[in-house]
Design a protein around this ligand. Sequence first.
Ligand code: 5CA
Ligand code: ZN
Length: 412
Amino acid sequence: MQSWSSSSLPRIPGSPPPLRLYDTATGEIRPTAPSATARMYVCGITPYDATHLGHAATYLAFDLVNRVWRDAGHDVHYVQNVTDIDEPLLERAQRDQDDWVVLGMRETALFREDMVSLRVLPPTHYIGAVEAMSEISELVGKLLAAGAAYRIDDPEYPDVYYDSSATPDFGYESGLDERTMRQLSAERGGDPDRPGKRNPVDALLWRMARPGEPSWDSELGTGRPGWHVECAAISLNRLGAQIDVQGGGSDLIFPHHEFGAAHAEAFTGVHPFARHYCHAGMIALDGEKMSKSRGNLVFVSRLRADGVDPMAVRLALLSGHWRADRAWLPELLEQGNARMAAWREATRLDAGPSATDTVARLRTHLADDLDTPRALAAVDAWAQEARERRGRDSEAPGLIRDAVDALLGVAL
Ligand code: 5CA
Ligand code: ZN
Protein backbone atom coordinates (compact mmCIF):
# COMPACT_ATOMS: atom_id res chain seq x y z
CA MET A 1 0.00 0.00 0.00
CA GLN A 2 0.99 3.55 -0.47
CA SER A 3 2.46 5.07 2.68
CA TRP A 4 2.14 8.83 3.24
CA SER A 5 4.37 11.79 2.71
CA SER A 6 7.07 12.75 5.14
CA SER A 7 7.67 16.07 6.78
CA SER A 8 11.20 17.42 7.03
CA LEU A 9 13.47 16.58 9.92
CA PRO A 10 15.97 19.28 10.90
CA ARG A 11 19.27 18.13 12.38
CA ILE A 12 19.99 19.35 15.86
CA PRO A 13 23.56 19.96 17.10
CA GLY A 14 24.79 17.60 19.81
CA SER A 15 23.62 14.10 20.51
CA PRO A 16 20.97 12.52 22.71
CA PRO A 17 21.30 9.88 25.43
CA PRO A 18 20.17 6.35 24.44
CA LEU A 19 16.41 5.90 24.39
CA ARG A 20 15.02 3.96 27.35
CA LEU A 21 11.55 2.47 27.09
CA TYR A 22 9.24 0.45 29.29
CA ASP A 23 9.04 -3.14 28.07
CA THR A 24 5.82 -4.99 28.89
CA ALA A 25 7.52 -8.41 28.80
CA THR A 26 10.08 -7.64 31.50
CA GLY A 27 8.19 -4.90 33.31
CA GLU A 28 11.28 -2.70 33.23
CA ILE A 29 12.38 0.53 31.68
CA ARG A 30 15.42 -0.58 29.70
CA PRO A 31 17.63 1.07 27.09
CA THR A 32 16.82 0.28 23.50
CA ALA A 33 19.98 -0.82 21.73
CA PRO A 34 19.33 -0.75 18.01
CA SER A 35 22.09 -1.30 15.49
CA ALA A 36 22.71 1.32 12.80
CA THR A 37 19.25 0.47 11.51
CA ALA A 38 16.55 0.37 14.16
CA ARG A 39 13.63 -1.94 13.44
CA MET A 40 10.12 -1.18 14.56
CA TYR A 41 6.75 -2.74 13.83
CA VAL A 42 3.64 -0.88 14.94
CA CYS A 43 0.22 -2.43 14.50
CA GLY A 44 -1.91 -0.41 12.11
CA ILE A 45 -5.61 0.35 11.98
CA THR A 46 -8.56 -1.84 11.14
CA PRO A 47 -10.09 0.61 8.68
CA TYR A 48 -13.79 0.42 9.36
CA ASP A 49 -14.13 3.86 10.87
CA ALA A 50 -12.18 7.10 11.00
CA THR A 51 -9.06 7.66 13.12
CA HIS A 52 -9.98 8.73 16.62
CA LEU A 53 -7.81 10.44 19.22
CA GLY A 54 -6.96 7.09 20.85
CA HIS A 55 -5.40 5.81 17.64
CA ALA A 56 -3.67 9.15 17.14
CA ALA A 57 -2.16 9.08 20.65
CA THR A 58 -0.73 5.61 20.04
CA TYR A 59 0.80 6.50 16.66
CA LEU A 60 2.23 9.70 18.15
CA ALA A 61 4.00 7.72 20.87
CA PHE A 62 5.78 5.56 18.30
CA ASP A 63 6.44 8.58 16.14
CA LEU A 64 8.50 9.90 19.06
CA VAL A 65 10.44 6.63 19.22
CA ASN A 66 11.16 7.05 15.51
CA ARG A 67 12.25 10.68 15.99
CA VAL A 68 14.45 10.02 19.01
CA TRP A 69 16.24 7.19 17.21
CA ARG A 70 16.73 9.35 14.13
CA ASP A 71 18.10 12.14 16.30
CA ALA A 72 20.63 9.61 17.59
CA GLY A 73 21.72 8.94 14.00
CA HIS A 74 19.93 5.65 13.38
CA ASP A 75 18.12 4.75 10.22
CA VAL A 76 14.68 3.56 11.21
CA HIS A 77 13.12 0.70 9.35
CA TYR A 78 9.50 1.05 10.31
CA VAL A 79 6.71 -1.29 9.22
CA GLN A 80 3.01 -0.84 9.82
CA ASN A 81 0.10 -2.97 8.62
CA VAL A 82 -3.50 -2.29 7.74
CA THR A 83 -5.93 -4.99 8.89
CA ASP A 84 -7.95 -4.58 5.72
CA ILE A 85 -9.76 -7.89 6.12
CA ASP A 86 -11.21 -8.88 9.47
CA GLU A 87 -14.49 -9.51 11.22
CA PRO A 88 -15.20 -5.91 12.34
CA LEU A 89 -14.64 -4.58 8.81
CA LEU A 90 -17.02 -7.14 7.32
CA GLU A 91 -19.63 -6.49 10.01
CA ARG A 92 -19.55 -2.73 9.50
CA ALA A 93 -19.70 -3.09 5.70
CA GLN A 94 -22.73 -5.33 6.05
CA ARG A 95 -24.43 -3.00 8.55
CA ASP A 96 -23.99 -0.03 6.22
CA GLN A 97 -24.63 -1.93 2.97
CA ASP A 98 -21.13 -0.95 1.94
CA ASP A 99 -18.48 -2.89 0.04
CA TRP A 100 -15.78 -3.95 2.54
CA VAL A 101 -13.01 -3.17 0.05
CA VAL A 102 -14.32 0.32 -0.60
CA LEU A 103 -14.89 0.93 3.11
CA GLY A 104 -11.33 -0.14 3.91
CA MET A 105 -9.82 2.00 1.18
CA ARG A 106 -11.85 5.04 2.17
CA GLU A 107 -10.95 4.86 5.85
CA THR A 108 -7.30 4.11 5.11
CA ALA A 109 -7.13 7.18 2.85
CA LEU A 110 -8.58 9.29 5.66
CA PHE A 111 -6.08 7.80 8.13
CA ARG A 112 -3.20 8.81 5.84
CA GLU A 113 -4.51 12.37 5.70
CA ASP A 114 -4.80 12.43 9.48
CA MET A 115 -1.23 11.15 9.89
CA VAL A 116 0.12 13.76 7.45
CA SER A 117 -1.74 16.55 9.24
CA LEU A 118 -0.40 15.38 12.63
CA ARG A 119 3.10 15.16 11.09
CA VAL A 120 3.55 11.50 11.96
CA LEU A 121 6.56 10.19 10.05
CA PRO A 122 5.48 7.53 7.54
CA PRO A 123 6.41 3.87 7.85
CA THR A 124 9.00 2.56 5.39
CA HIS A 125 6.53 -0.16 4.42
CA TYR A 126 2.79 0.22 4.80
CA ILE A 127 1.26 -3.18 4.11
CA GLY A 128 -2.33 -4.36 3.88
CA ALA A 129 -3.23 -7.90 4.93
CA VAL A 130 -4.92 -8.48 1.57
CA GLU A 131 -1.82 -7.60 -0.43
CA ALA A 132 0.24 -9.84 1.90
CA MET A 133 -2.14 -12.80 1.59
CA SER A 134 0.30 -15.24 -0.04
CA GLU A 135 3.08 -14.58 2.49
CA ILE A 136 0.62 -15.00 5.35
CA SER A 137 -0.72 -18.34 4.09
CA GLU A 138 2.86 -19.43 3.46
CA LEU A 139 3.75 -18.77 7.12
CA VAL A 140 0.69 -20.71 8.26
CA GLY A 141 1.79 -23.61 6.02
CA LYS A 142 5.25 -23.52 7.59
CA LEU A 143 3.84 -23.49 11.12
CA LEU A 144 1.71 -26.51 10.23
CA ALA A 145 4.70 -28.30 8.73
CA ALA A 146 6.75 -27.55 11.84
CA GLY A 147 4.08 -29.04 14.09
CA ALA A 148 3.33 -25.67 15.71
CA ALA A 149 -0.19 -25.65 14.28
CA TYR A 150 -3.03 -28.12 13.77
CA ARG A 151 -6.28 -28.51 11.97
CA ILE A 152 -9.30 -28.61 14.17
CA ASP A 153 -11.38 -31.77 13.99
CA ASP A 154 -14.39 -30.27 12.20
CA PRO A 155 -15.33 -31.95 8.91
CA GLU A 156 -17.13 -28.91 7.61
CA TYR A 157 -14.57 -26.25 8.51
CA PRO A 158 -11.17 -27.78 9.33
CA ASP A 159 -9.67 -24.43 10.33
CA VAL A 160 -6.01 -24.18 11.29
CA TYR A 161 -5.05 -23.15 14.85
CA TYR A 162 -1.76 -22.30 16.46
CA ASP A 163 -0.72 -24.63 19.28
CA SER A 164 0.18 -22.40 22.24
CA SER A 165 2.53 -25.04 23.61
CA ALA A 166 4.75 -24.81 20.49
CA THR A 167 7.18 -22.44 22.19
CA PRO A 168 8.43 -23.19 25.71
CA ASP A 169 7.67 -19.81 27.22
CA PHE A 170 4.31 -18.89 25.74
CA GLY A 171 2.85 -16.13 27.90
CA TYR A 172 6.12 -14.32 28.58
CA GLU A 173 5.06 -11.17 26.77
CA SER A 174 1.84 -10.50 28.70
CA GLY A 175 2.71 -12.43 31.86
CA LEU A 176 -0.99 -13.28 32.33
CA ASP A 177 -2.46 -16.34 34.02
CA GLU A 178 -4.55 -18.83 32.04
CA ARG A 179 -7.89 -17.57 33.27
CA THR A 180 -7.18 -13.99 32.26
CA MET A 181 -5.83 -15.13 28.91
CA ARG A 182 -8.99 -17.05 28.26
CA GLN A 183 -11.17 -14.11 29.22
CA LEU A 184 -9.25 -11.62 27.06
CA SER A 185 -9.21 -14.05 24.19
CA ALA A 186 -13.03 -14.19 24.29
CA GLU A 187 -13.26 -10.38 24.46
CA ARG A 188 -10.76 -9.70 21.72
CA GLY A 189 -11.70 -11.79 18.71
CA GLY A 190 -10.72 -15.29 19.95
CA ASP A 191 -12.98 -18.32 20.31
CA PRO A 192 -11.99 -20.11 23.55
CA ASP A 193 -15.24 -22.06 23.66
CA ARG A 194 -14.93 -23.68 20.26
CA PRO A 195 -14.85 -27.47 20.74
CA GLY A 196 -11.88 -29.43 19.49
CA LYS A 197 -9.09 -26.97 20.32
CA ARG A 198 -6.05 -28.30 22.15
CA ASN A 199 -6.02 -25.26 24.40
CA PRO A 200 -8.96 -22.84 24.61
CA VAL A 201 -6.75 -19.82 23.92
CA ASP A 202 -5.12 -21.30 20.79
CA ALA A 203 -5.42 -18.67 18.07
CA LEU A 204 -6.90 -19.03 14.62
CA LEU A 205 -4.34 -19.09 11.82
CA TRP A 206 -6.47 -19.95 8.80
CA ARG A 207 -10.24 -19.87 8.54
CA MET A 208 -11.66 -22.03 5.79
CA ALA A 209 -14.09 -20.18 3.52
CA ARG A 210 -17.65 -19.77 4.76
CA PRO A 211 -20.46 -19.01 2.31
CA GLY A 212 -20.72 -15.30 1.55
CA GLU A 213 -17.35 -14.43 3.11
CA PRO A 214 -14.36 -13.18 1.16
CA SER A 215 -11.68 -15.87 0.74
CA TRP A 216 -8.38 -16.51 -0.95
CA ASP A 217 -6.97 -19.63 -2.59
CA SER A 218 -3.96 -21.16 -0.93
CA GLU A 219 -2.32 -24.51 -0.32
CA LEU A 220 -4.19 -24.58 2.99
CA GLY A 221 -7.50 -24.49 1.15
CA THR A 222 -9.60 -21.50 0.24
CA GLY A 223 -10.01 -19.23 3.24
CA ARG A 224 -8.65 -16.23 5.08
CA PRO A 225 -6.05 -15.69 7.78
CA GLY A 226 -6.37 -15.12 11.50
CA TRP A 227 -5.42 -11.73 12.86
CA HIS A 228 -2.13 -12.31 14.70
CA VAL A 229 -0.42 -14.24 11.93
CA GLU A 230 -0.96 -11.32 9.55
CA CYS A 231 1.24 -9.08 11.64
CA ALA A 232 3.78 -11.85 12.28
CA ALA A 233 4.21 -12.53 8.54
CA ILE A 234 4.31 -8.87 7.51
CA SER A 235 6.90 -8.13 10.17
CA LEU A 236 9.11 -11.22 9.66
CA ASN A 237 9.31 -10.71 5.90
CA ARG A 238 10.43 -7.10 6.14
CA LEU A 239 12.25 -6.75 9.42
CA GLY A 240 13.69 -10.22 9.98
CA ALA A 241 13.61 -12.56 12.96
CA GLN A 242 14.13 -9.92 15.65
CA ILE A 243 12.90 -6.37 15.95
CA ASP A 244 13.77 -3.62 18.39
CA VAL A 245 10.25 -2.49 19.16
CA GLN A 246 6.85 -4.07 18.73
CA GLY A 247 4.33 -1.31 19.27
CA GLY A 248 0.62 -0.79 19.75
CA GLY A 249 -1.95 0.15 22.33
CA SER A 250 -2.27 -1.77 25.59
CA ASP A 251 -5.36 -3.55 24.25
CA LEU A 252 -2.97 -5.48 22.01
CA ILE A 253 -0.85 -6.97 24.84
CA PHE A 254 -2.98 -10.11 24.80
CA PRO A 255 -3.78 -12.00 22.66
CA HIS A 256 -2.40 -10.07 19.70
CA HIS A 257 1.21 -9.46 20.60
CA GLU A 258 1.57 -12.65 22.63
CA PHE A 259 0.56 -14.72 19.62
CA GLY A 260 2.39 -12.57 17.09
CA ALA A 261 5.58 -13.20 19.06
CA ALA A 262 4.82 -16.91 19.51
CA HIS A 263 4.12 -17.42 15.78
CA ALA A 264 7.36 -15.69 14.84
CA GLU A 265 9.43 -17.53 17.45
CA ALA A 266 7.95 -20.92 16.58
CA PHE A 267 8.99 -20.30 12.99
CA THR A 268 12.43 -18.70 13.45
CA GLY A 269 13.58 -20.13 16.77
CA VAL A 270 14.82 -16.63 17.67
CA HIS A 271 13.78 -15.40 21.12
CA PRO A 272 12.58 -12.80 21.86
CA PHE A 273 10.86 -11.72 18.68
CA ALA A 274 10.89 -8.14 19.96
CA ARG A 275 13.52 -6.72 22.27
CA HIS A 276 10.92 -4.30 23.60
CA TYR A 277 7.14 -4.78 23.62
CA CYS A 278 5.78 -1.28 24.02
CA HIS A 279 2.18 -0.46 24.79
CA ALA A 280 0.53 2.92 24.80
CA GLY A 281 -2.17 3.72 27.34
CA MET A 282 -5.83 3.93 26.37
CA ILE A 283 -7.50 7.25 25.72
CA ALA A 284 -10.97 7.44 27.24
CA LEU A 285 -13.93 9.68 26.63
CA ASP A 286 -16.69 10.07 29.21
CA GLY A 287 -15.11 7.48 31.47
CA GLU A 288 -14.75 4.71 28.91
CA LYS A 289 -12.02 3.65 26.49
CA MET A 290 -12.53 5.41 23.17
CA SER A 291 -13.42 2.63 20.79
CA LYS A 292 -15.07 2.13 17.47
CA SER A 293 -17.32 -0.53 18.91
CA ARG A 294 -18.52 1.76 21.75
CA GLY A 295 -18.87 4.73 19.44
CA ASN A 296 -17.60 7.31 22.00
CA LEU A 297 -15.23 8.88 19.56
CA VAL A 298 -13.54 12.16 18.75
CA PHE A 299 -12.21 11.92 15.21
CA VAL A 300 -9.02 13.64 14.10
CA SER A 301 -10.69 14.40 10.75
CA ARG A 302 -13.65 16.01 12.54
CA LEU A 303 -11.35 18.32 14.51
CA ARG A 304 -9.53 19.21 11.30
CA ALA A 305 -12.82 19.97 9.55
CA ASP A 306 -13.74 22.21 12.48
CA GLY A 307 -10.59 24.21 11.84
CA VAL A 308 -8.56 22.96 14.82
CA ASP A 309 -4.81 23.26 14.23
CA PRO A 310 -3.39 19.69 14.13
CA MET A 311 -0.34 20.94 16.03
CA ALA A 312 -2.58 21.83 18.96
CA VAL A 313 -4.02 18.30 18.82
CA ARG A 314 -0.50 16.92 18.79
CA LEU A 315 0.50 19.00 21.79
CA ALA A 316 -2.71 18.10 23.61
CA LEU A 317 -2.07 14.38 23.19
CA LEU A 318 1.61 14.67 24.06
CA SER A 319 0.81 16.53 27.28
CA GLY A 320 -0.02 13.18 28.90
CA HIS A 321 2.41 10.31 29.42
CA TRP A 322 2.24 7.79 26.57
CA ARG A 323 1.73 4.80 28.87
CA ALA A 324 -0.93 6.33 31.08
CA ASP A 325 -4.58 5.52 30.49
CA ARG A 326 -6.04 8.98 30.31
CA ALA A 327 -9.16 10.89 29.48
CA TRP A 328 -9.61 13.18 26.52
CA LEU A 329 -11.02 16.50 27.67
CA PRO A 330 -11.83 19.63 25.66
CA GLU A 331 -9.55 21.53 28.10
CA LEU A 332 -6.60 19.59 26.73
CA LEU A 333 -7.19 21.12 23.35
CA GLU A 334 -7.46 24.59 24.86
CA GLN A 335 -4.14 24.02 26.64
CA GLY A 336 -2.63 22.69 23.40
CA ASN A 337 -3.70 25.83 21.57
CA ALA A 338 -2.36 28.11 24.29
CA ARG A 339 0.96 26.28 24.38
CA MET A 340 1.29 26.38 20.61
CA ALA A 341 0.59 30.13 20.58
CA ALA A 342 3.14 30.76 23.34
CA TRP A 343 5.82 28.69 21.61
CA ARG A 344 5.10 30.34 18.26
CA GLU A 345 5.39 33.80 19.72
CA ALA A 346 8.65 32.98 21.49
CA THR A 347 10.32 31.31 18.52
CA ARG A 348 9.46 34.26 16.27
CA LEU A 349 11.37 36.72 18.45
CA ASP A 350 14.79 37.99 17.31
CA ALA A 351 16.52 36.59 20.38
CA GLY A 352 15.98 34.59 23.53
CA PRO A 353 17.84 32.84 26.33
CA SER A 354 20.40 30.26 25.26
CA ALA A 355 18.70 27.12 23.93
CA THR A 356 21.49 24.65 24.66
CA ASP A 357 20.25 23.58 28.08
CA THR A 358 16.64 23.41 26.95
CA VAL A 359 17.52 21.18 24.00
CA ALA A 360 19.57 18.93 26.29
CA ARG A 361 16.67 18.67 28.72
CA LEU A 362 14.23 17.98 25.92
CA ARG A 363 16.44 15.12 24.73
CA THR A 364 16.98 13.76 28.24
CA HIS A 365 13.27 13.70 29.06
CA LEU A 366 12.31 12.05 25.78
CA ALA A 367 15.06 9.45 26.19
CA ASP A 368 13.62 8.69 29.63
CA ASP A 369 10.69 6.53 28.48
CA LEU A 370 9.26 9.39 26.40
CA ASP A 371 8.53 11.68 29.31
CA THR A 372 6.63 14.21 27.23
CA PRO A 373 5.06 16.11 30.17
CA ARG A 374 8.55 17.10 31.33
CA ALA A 375 9.81 17.62 27.77
CA LEU A 376 6.97 20.08 27.12
CA ALA A 377 7.61 21.81 30.44
CA ALA A 378 11.25 22.38 29.45
CA VAL A 379 10.17 24.17 26.28
CA ASP A 380 7.49 26.09 28.21
CA ALA A 381 10.13 27.43 30.56
CA TRP A 382 12.31 28.62 27.69
CA ALA A 383 9.35 30.19 25.88
CA GLN A 384 8.29 32.00 29.04
CA GLU A 385 11.73 33.52 29.52
CA ALA A 386 11.97 34.46 25.86
CA ARG A 387 8.62 36.23 25.99
CA GLU A 388 9.80 38.13 29.05
CA ARG A 389 12.65 39.31 26.82
CA ARG A 390 15.28 37.57 28.89
CA GLY A 391 18.36 36.51 26.97
CA ARG A 392 20.02 37.84 23.84
CA ASP A 393 20.95 34.73 21.93
CA SER A 394 19.84 35.34 18.35
CA GLU A 395 20.35 31.68 17.40
CA ALA A 396 18.14 30.37 20.20
CA PRO A 397 14.64 30.85 18.73
CA GLY A 398 15.65 29.01 15.54
CA LEU A 399 17.28 26.21 17.48
CA ILE A 400 14.22 25.71 19.66
CA ARG A 401 11.99 25.74 16.60
CA ASP A 402 14.14 23.07 14.94
CA ALA A 403 14.34 20.92 18.09
CA VAL A 404 10.59 21.07 18.66
CA ASP A 405 10.09 20.17 15.01
CA ALA A 406 12.58 17.26 14.90
CA LEU A 407 11.97 15.78 18.34
CA LEU A 408 8.34 16.53 19.10
CA GLY A 409 7.09 16.75 15.52
CA VAL A 410 5.49 20.12 16.17
CA ALA A 411 5.85 22.73 13.42
CA LEU A 412 5.78 26.23 14.86
N1 5CA B 1 -5.55 -3.55 13.24
C1 5CA B 1 -5.37 -3.87 14.61
C2 5CA B 1 -3.91 -4.05 14.96
S1 5CA B 1 -3.10 -5.18 13.91
C3 5CA B 1 -6.00 -2.83 15.52
O1 5CA B 1 -5.94 -2.98 16.71
N2 5CA B 1 -6.61 -1.82 14.88
S2 5CA B 1 -7.40 -0.65 15.64
O2 5CA B 1 -7.86 0.23 14.57
O3 5CA B 1 -8.39 -1.19 16.49
O4 5CA B 1 -6.38 0.11 16.55
C4 5CA B 1 -5.25 0.75 15.98
C5 5CA B 1 -4.25 1.12 17.09
O5 5CA B 1 -4.83 2.06 17.98
C6 5CA B 1 -3.86 -0.10 17.94
O6 5CA B 1 -2.50 0.02 18.30
C7 5CA B 1 -4.72 0.06 19.18
O7 5CA B 1 -4.10 -0.52 20.32
C8 5CA B 1 -4.78 1.58 19.30
N3 5CA B 1 -5.98 2.04 20.01
C9 5CA B 1 -7.27 1.68 19.79
N4 5CA B 1 -8.10 2.33 20.66
C10 5CA B 1 -7.31 3.13 21.42
C11 5CA B 1 -7.57 4.06 22.49
N5 5CA B 1 -8.79 4.31 22.93
N6 5CA B 1 -6.51 4.69 23.04
C12 5CA B 1 -5.25 4.47 22.60
N7 5CA B 1 -4.94 3.62 21.59
C13 5CA B 1 -5.97 2.95 21.00
ZN1 ZN C 1 -1.15 -6.14 14.62
